[in-house]
Design a protein around this ligand. Sequence first.
Ligand code: 5GP
Length: 179
Amino acid sequence: MKTKIADLEFEPLIKSAAIEERIKAIGLQLNADYQHCIPVFVGVLNGSFLFIADLIKQIDIPCEITFTKLASYYGGTQGGLKIRDDIDFSVDIKGRDVVIIEDIVDTGNTAHYLLDKLKVKEPASIKLCSLLLKPKALLKKIDELKYVGFEIENEFVVGYGLDYKEMGRNLKDIYKRVK
Ligand code: 5GP
């Protein structure tokens, strides 16, 4: 069913049941990959708040969770190179195994920016986990991108934490822009 958010129209792209199932699979993979250590999950707010919450419930190995806030969209549908950040962790990641949890990788600029900033803190390892990836929009390969929920076309999406003009984050499914 179509839905309208502000001036744009959207239709369902990924149903909540599919999201749930994929998150369970990623959780299993993370539990296996990090069973030898206590990983630090770095959630990137705001868009990934539901993904972080649902994913972390699938993790059954000891772990730590911290958050950072980045934004490159400023509430519209067009990304910008300008990135606002608030990297202020309560956790010292030096020598730790870090997994960044992102909502979506579009051009990849935000991910590269964050990875560069975190690598300076000398973690033992660093990987990226993103619910969504737009392969056709990616400007530069991200070697650290190991966990991806769904690959999507180059289209603007909302729902399940992702917003348009700060709205639509509450939708259970992910919707794509049609008009
Ligand atoms: P990138 O730096 O990879 O171009 O963009 C990453 C950020 O842009 C994401 O974390 C997200 O906040 C925003 N973004 C990219 N594509 C979309 C989209 O289709 N929908 C929404 N709501 N945000 C997006």
